[in-house]
Structure formats: structure tokens, C-alpha cells
Design a protein around this ligand. Structure first.
Ligand SMILES: Cc1ncc(COP(=O)(O)O)c(C=O)c1O
Length: 389
């Protein structure tokens, strides 16, 4: 069969090698502890599940408006105004099948062949794949651990060319957990304001911020920045709803929202009707207590994992301010990140994600979205692995 050129550009995720090895070892009966999860281990709050059951029983099971029912768009608009100081009207929002689908549609609507998209590195694996899929060129800005893996205005300025169309910002970050402060965003705005660059702000981990670090949406810093920003968010990470598939994109450009609706109307149509009803509950504050409990549990696990990893010889890690990942520096171990992950998995049954999957070697990603017991057991094994090297 002759496949399209476009589909041939899509790469297999580098993490697959590790996850299939973990699966094989598990099938052989080996005791595997996985720290590779990109999702909370918590169950979806009961109040949200009950609302979904109510939606089914009341027959809310038919097609809906392509971009989401009005009640849901209003709930998102209210959430963005109240929690993020982002002034989007309901008709400036479209709901899709997870933030990943929102990003896919936004790239489809904006990226033409040859367009450059600036991606701070380390990055979430999907961005460059989508940019390439639509014929764009990813331009990476390498960040430094000493700068908390954040880009600064000078780096941004040097990456901009006449072909630059988009800058992607992810705060809190996957894989580093770092969060941009309002001052840092204002400094980036000083560069952006003299350009035509569109900022795609991926805020999927926005509720998961620790030590009252505070979170600022780049679109909230002023009206001009809001007009240049497409805000991406969803319920997967903050409300433990990864399987429900609810994400959204918001933009002051109503034509863009219309185009995204057109694209979605010709592909997936609306996200499932039951998720939409349940999502309203997740957004309007009814699940706030559950979310607070998630955040405080993540915060304790983060502190524990951070302390224990820094006690392991040859390993160093910064304290992340958000999300649920530690991005561990393994440079003192004489192995690249893929070799380290394979060897650790084979010898001690611990699965981590190699940094190279996020564009940088010398690091591994450890997800603390698991029990404290598993964290302690896993890090004990990592310690033994390093001691035996
Ligand atoms: C940075 C980032 N953006 C977006 C997503 C996608 O989330 P969703 O489950 O809403 O598609 C993820 C999931 O891993 C992520 O880490």
C-alpha cells in the first residue's frame, strides 16, 4: 500500500520501547514498578461520575453541537474568567476530545508548509510530531537546568525568524514541572509584542501547582497578549478524567473558533454527550474539594520523591512547582537516558521515561502519580541499581 507522505512523517513514540519491554517483563512474571504514567492514579470524583450516570439515565445520549453544548461552554468561560483571569466568551471556546485533540485541530488550522514553530526543550513529545505532520518546522530552544528549564527573552529573540508563526508554552511543564511566573511571562511578552507570533499556551496542568506557587495564564497579563494567545486546557490531569476525553481551545479570534468547528464537524463531531454533562460539574466548583485533596496528596508525594531521589548517589533533581513529574539529572551516571532506563528496568523492574523522548539526554522522567509506598519501594530499587553499577 502507498501511504500518504504526511502520515509517514509521524514517528513512533520513543517511550514505546520502554513500555513494551515493561509489558514483556511483566508477562514473564517480573515485579515491575512503573513511574511512567502520564495520568493521576486517583479515581474521577464521585460527584462527576454520578452526573454522568444521571445524563445516561435521562437520555442525554444524542449528537450535540459540534463544539460543545452551550451550558458547557458557559461553564468553561466562567472558569477561565474566575480562576485564570482570562476573558473568553462562550463563543470563543471549542471543546474537543482531550487537549491533545484541541492541539491537533489548532495546528491543522494554523500551520502551513514551512512555518516555524518555536518549542522550548525539553518538550512534550506530541508538539514536534504535530508540527511535522502539518508540514511545519520545529525550532527548539534548549533550556538550562540552572534556569529551571525555562526560556528567557534573549533566547526567544534569537529563535525568531521571518517564518516564525507560533510559540508553544507549557506551564506547568511536562516533563520538568516548572512554572513560569508572571514576571517571566511579562519579559517574554516584551519580545512577542513586536512580532506577529501566536502563542499556544498549554495549561493542562494548571490546577496542579504546589506551595502556593501561583499560576499565571500568559493570556491574562494584558489584552494584547490575550489577543495573541490560544489557551489550551482540559480536565484530564486536574480532575483525574483522562479517559473521559475533554479538552478545549479558547481564542479571541472567532474566525479561528469557527474554522476549528468546521474541521471538527468533518471529523469527530462533538465529544461524547455524557462527558459534556459531567464536565460541567467538574468545572463549576462541585469537585473543588476533591481537586484540593489531589493537589495536597501530589504535593506530599512530590516532597517525598524529591528528598529520596536527592539522597541517591549520582542523581540530582530540582523541586518541581507543578504537574506530577520529577525530571532527574542522571549525567553523573555514565549512561545515556535510554540505556539507563532499559538497564534499570531489566535489573530492578523500575520503569522511567528517558529524557531523550522529550528532546534532552542526561535526564529521566519520574511520575509521582502513584502511592507513597510505591515511591519508596521504587527509589530503594533505583538506589540499589546505582550502588551496583
Ligand atoms: C503537556 C500536555 N498537554 C496535553 C496533554 C493531553 O491531555 P489530554 O488527555 O487532555 O489529551 C498532555 C497529556 O499527557 C500533556 O502532558
Amino acid at each position: 500500500m502507498k501511504y500518504s507522505q504526511r502520515i509517514s512523517t509521524l514517528g513512533e513514540s520513543l517511550t514505546i520501547a520502554i513500555s513494551s519491554l515493561a509489558r514483556d517483563l511483566k508477562a514473564q512474571g517480573k515485579d515491575i514498578l512503573s513511574f511512567s504514567a502520564g495520568e493521576p492514579d486517583f479515581d474521577t470524583p464521585k460527584i462527576i461520575k454520578d452526573e454522568a450516570i444521571r445524563a445516561i439515565n435521562s437520555g442525554f445520549t444524542k449528537y450535540t453541537q459540534v463544539g460543545g453544548i452551550n451550558e458547557l461552554l458557559v461553564a468553561i468561560s466562567d472558569k477561565l474568567k474566575i480562576q485564570n483571569n482570562l476573558n473568553y466568551e462562550p463563543n470563543e471556546i471549542i471543546v474537543s476530545n482531550g487537549a491533545k485533540h484541541s492541539l491537533f485541530n489548532v495546528f491543522a488550522a494554523l500551520v502551513d508548509s514551512g512555518d516555524e514553530v518555536i518549542i522550548p526543550s525539553p518538550y512534550w513529545v506530541t508538539y514536534p510530531e504535530l508540527v511535522g505532520y502539518f508540514g511545519g518546522k520545529s525550532v527548539f530552544i534548549e533550556t538550562d537546568e540552572d534556569d529551571d528549564f525555562k526560556i528567557n527573552p534573549n533566547q526567544l529573540k534569537s529563535a525568531i525568524t521571518s517564518k516564525t508563526k507560533i510559540l508553544i508554552l507549557t506551564s506547568p511543564s511536562n516533563p520538568t514541572g516548572m512554572v513560569y511566573s508572571k514576571d517571566e511571562l511579562l519579559a517574554l511578552y516584551d519580545v512577542i509584542k513586536d512580532t506577529d507570533i501566536i502563542v499556544i499556551s498549554d495549561e493542562i496542568y494548571e490546577r496542579l501547582v504546589y506551595d502556593n506557587a501561583g499560576f499565571t495564564s500568559i493570556g491574562s497579563i494584558n489584552d494584547d497578549m490575550l489577543n495573541r494567545t490560544i489557551t489550551i486546557n482540559g480536565l484530564s490531569k486536574s480532575v483525574a478524567m483522562t479517559g473521559w476525553r475533554m479538552g478545549y481551545a479558547a481564542s479571541k479570534d472567532k474566525t479561528l473558533i469557527k474554522m476549528l468547528n468546521n474541521l471538527q464537524s468533518q471529523s469527530t463531531s462533538n465529544i461524547n454527550s455524557i462527558t459534556q454533562k459531567a464536565s460541567i460539574f467538574a468545572l463549576n466548583g462541585d469537585a473543588n474539594m476533591d481537586i484540593d485533596n489531589f493537589v495536597s496528596a501530589f504535593s506530599e508525594r512530590r516532597n517525598l520523591a524529591h528528598k529520596l531521589i536527592n539522597n541517591v548517589k549520582l542523581l540530582d533533581v530540582r523541586l518541581p512547582q507543578g504537574a506530577f513529574y520529577l525530571f532527574i539529572n542522571i549525567k553523573k551516571v555514565n549512561l545515556d537516558s535510554m540505556a539507563f532506563c532499559k538497564d534499570l528496568l531489566e535489573k530492578e523492574g523500575v520503569a522511567l521515561v528517558p529524557g531523550i523522548a522529550f528532546g534532552v539526554d542526561g535526564y529521566v522522567r519520574f511520575s509521582f502519580a502513584c502511592s507513597e509506598e510505591q515511591i519508596k519501594d521504587g527509589i530503594k530499587r533505583i538506589d540499589r541499581y546505582i550502588a551496583n553499577l
